[in-house]
Design a protein around this ligand. Structure first.
Ligand code: GDP
Ligand code: MG
Length: 295
């Protein structure tokens, strides 16, 4: 029997949702950092097996949102609730539930989709520490399954896939077997640059930067891709930090991005980066749309 379906990955920021997606795919598709709100858009990752096509949807973390960009990210995450055949609620194994966890569980009650509780990061704790947490969650909601995993080491992922299979409906391969995502190459390239900004800068800079790829030109004969991208920030002071002393910060962001793009696209990359100030873009619906953050 062939099965296929959509699996929404939801949870608070930083619990390891994107790491789980990449761990399943065996490829770094979604960007990961230790900073909350690393994932801003919905990212689809397709995993094929002889007997199934699992279509995972990674989402921005759900939290009590304040700014327009935050509210939009939370809405994006919530939309996957209704579009999924199974939902994976990811939490950190061994940790207390937070008000944001309770908020998510409350909103889950409205959907009849089967839900798995995924207790992640078990490489950091002892198994016994999970038992009281599993009891607590059992009292909060009737989860279909509770599965401890380490998204980082891969521990528990084969079991998770086997359990998921049981809950997926019979269906066709919706996407061709060689397709890993529905994101465009431009989007992936922009996300790689944004990840390097998140890793290399501090304070408000990570949350004030939006990356737009202006040109993506493949020269197949030379196995070369020319990419030109603009980093949009909210203030002049942020632009100065991103460029750095004699351009040193921008150069480092560029070098690290290029190396990762060369791995992902399996080609040589020629990368050009620009920094531009777009005042208060995180609060402006029109600019949010322009930068790819829209409903
Ligand atoms: N030790 C450990 N760290 C993890 C695991 N999964 C994720 N992380 C780390 O947790 C942080 C947040 O991961 P990320 O996937 O971006 O979380 P997201 O915001 O839920 O998508 C990163 O520093 C990851 O390396 C895990 O299984 N074990
Ligand atoms: Mg993420």
């Amino acid at each position: 029997m062939f099965k296929s379906g959509f699996i929404g990955i939801i949870g608070r920021p930083n619990v390891g949702k994107s790491t789980l997606l990449n761990g399943i795919l065996g490829e770094k598709l979604a960007i990961i950092t230790s900073k909350p709100q690393t994932t801003r858009n919905r990212i689809v990752g397709i995993f094929n097996r002889e007997d199934a096509q699992f279509i995972f949807v990674d989402t921005p973390g759900i939290h009590s949102a304040r700014t327009p960009l935050n509210r939009l990210m939370v809405r994006t995450a919530r939309e996957t609730f209704t579009d999924s055949d199974v939902l994976l609620l990811v939490v950190e194994g061994g940790q207390e539930t937070t008000p944001d966890d309770l908020l998510i569980i409350e909103s889950l009650k409205a959907t009849s989709v089967p839900k798995f509780l995924i207790l992640n990061k078990i490489d950091l704790i002892r198994r016994e520490q999970l038992l009281p947490q599993m009891d607590a969650y059992r009292n909060l909601h009737p989860f279909a399954e509770m599965i401890p995993i380490s998204a980082l080491t891969g521990d528990g992922i084969p079991l998770l896939l086997d359990e998921l299979w049981k809950y997926l409906p019979e269906g066709p391969r919706y996407f061709p077997e060689d397709m890993m995502t529905d994101s465009s190459e431009r989007f992936v390239a922009a996300e790689i640059v944004r990840e390097k900004i998140l890793l290399l800068t501090h304070k408000e800079i990570p949350y004030s930067a939006a990356v737009v790829v202006d040109a993506f030109k493949e020269d197949e004969a030379k196995n070369l891709i020319r990419i030109s991208a603009t980093i949009n920030v909210e203030k002049d002071s942020q632009k100065a930090i991103l460029i750095g002393k004699k351009g040193s910060m921008l150069k480092e962001i560029g070098t690290q991005s290029r190396l990762e793009m060369e791995t992902f696209f399996a080609a040589r990359i020629y990368l050009e980066l620009f920094v531009r100030v777009r005042k208060d873009w995180t609060k402006d619906p029109r600019m949010l749309r322009e930068f790819g953050y829209s409903e």
